[in-house]
Design a protein around this ligand. Structure first.
Ligand SMILES: C[S@@+](CC[C@H](N)C(=O)[O-])C[C@H]1O[C@@H](n2cnc3c(N)ncnc32)[C@H](O)[C@@H]1O
Length: 232
C-alpha cells in the first residue's frame, strides 16, 4: 500500500485524452467525506481498520487525502499519469482486484469516476466492496436510465449534497477556481436501507483546507500548461 503522506509532486505531467474526463478532486471535498459523511453512517471505527481503493485515481488527489484518514489503500487508473499507481481499466472484468501489496480485497471503494460511465463504475464497485462512495454531480440523482439500471434496485444508502460548491477544473486542481455545478457524495453500504439525505455543512472548504494542499496537489509552475482550461 502507498503510505499516507505520499505526495503527488507535479513535475513531468502526462496528459490524458479528453475522453477520460480527468477532473482532480479538491482535497477538502474528500476530507468532507471522511469528517462528516462516513461518520454520519457510523463508519468512523471501520475507517481505522479498513483499506480503500480509488480505481480511477488520476494523479492521486483523492487517494492521498483518503490515506490521511483510512487505515490503508491504493489507487489505479486506466491512464498512466506517471505517479506510480497501477494502470488498469476498472470496467474490464479481467482487471486484478486487490491490494498491490497483499492482494487483499478493499472494504471501501471511493472515487470521483468519469461522468459518462459512472453508473457502470458504481454497479461494478458494488460487486467488489461492501462500502462504495462516489463523488458526482448532484444532478446525477436524476435520469430515467440511471433509475432503471441502478437506483430502482440499488438506491444509495446516503445522498449527501455539498451546500458549498466544489470547483473542479479539467486537467489540474485550481485552488482558486469557482463553479456553478453542484456536487454530492453518493454512498452505498451493503445491506443497509436508504437513510434521509445528509447535507454536508457549510464552512468545509475553509475548515478542511490545509496549508500544504497547494504544495501537494496544485500544479507547480514548471509543470507546463497541460489542460486546465474549462471549468465545469
Ligand atoms: C474525474 S477524474 C478523478 C480522478 C481522481 N479520482 C480524483 O478524484 O482526483 C476521473 C478519472 O477516471 C479515469 N478513468 C476513466 N475511465 C477509466 C476506466 N475505465 N478505468 C479506470 N480509470 C478510468 C481517468 O483517467 C481520470 O483520472
Amino acid at each position: 500500500m502507498i503510505p499516507a503522506g505520499h505526495t503527488a509532486v507535479m513535475a513531468s505531467r502526462r496528459e490524458p485524452p479528453d475522453s477520460l474526463e480527468f477532473f482532480p478532486t479538491p482535497p477538502w471535498a474528500t476530507r468532507a467525506l471522511c469528517k462528516h459523511v462516513l461518520p454520519h453512517l457510523g463508519l468512523q471505527q471501520a475507517m481505522q481498520f479498513c483499506a480503500c481503493w480509488d480505481p480511477a485515481c488520476g494523479e492521486g488527489h483523492m487517494i492521498e487525502v483518503l490515506l490521511e484518514y483510512l487505515n490503508g489503500g491504493w489507487g489505479s487508473d486506466i491512464f498512466d499519469y506517471g505517479r506510480g499507481y497501477r494502470v488498469e481499466d476498472f470496467l474490464d472484468e479481467r482487471t486484478v482486484i486487490g491490494s498491490p501489496e497483499d492482494g487483499m480485497a478493499p472494504e471501501f471503494i471511493i472515487s470521483n469516476p468519469p461522468f459518462r460511465p459512472a453508473a457502470h463504475f458504481v454497479r461494478r464497485a458494488l460487486t467488489l466492496a461492501p462500502v462504495v462512495a462516489m463523488l458526482l454531480r448532484t444532478a446525477w440523482i436524476e435520469g430515467v436510465e440511471r433509475y432503471e439500471t441502478l437506483f430502482r434496485d440499488q438506491p444509495p444508502t446516503l445522498f449527501a449534497p455539498f451546500v458549498e460548491r466544489v470547483p473542479m477544473t479539467k486537467g489540474r486542481w485550481d485552488p482558486d477556481a469557482s463553479t456553478a455545478t453542484s456536487y454530492a457524495w453518493f454512498v452505498w453500504l451493503r445491506g443497509r436501507q436508504p437513510m434521509a439525505p445528509f447535507w454536508i455543512p457549510p464552512g468545509c472548504r475553509k475548515a478542511l483546507s490545509r496549508p500544504d494542499d497547494r504544495r501537494r496537489f496544485a500544479v507547480q509552475p514548471d509543470a507546463g500548461p497541460l489542460l486546465a482550461t474549462a471549468a465545469e
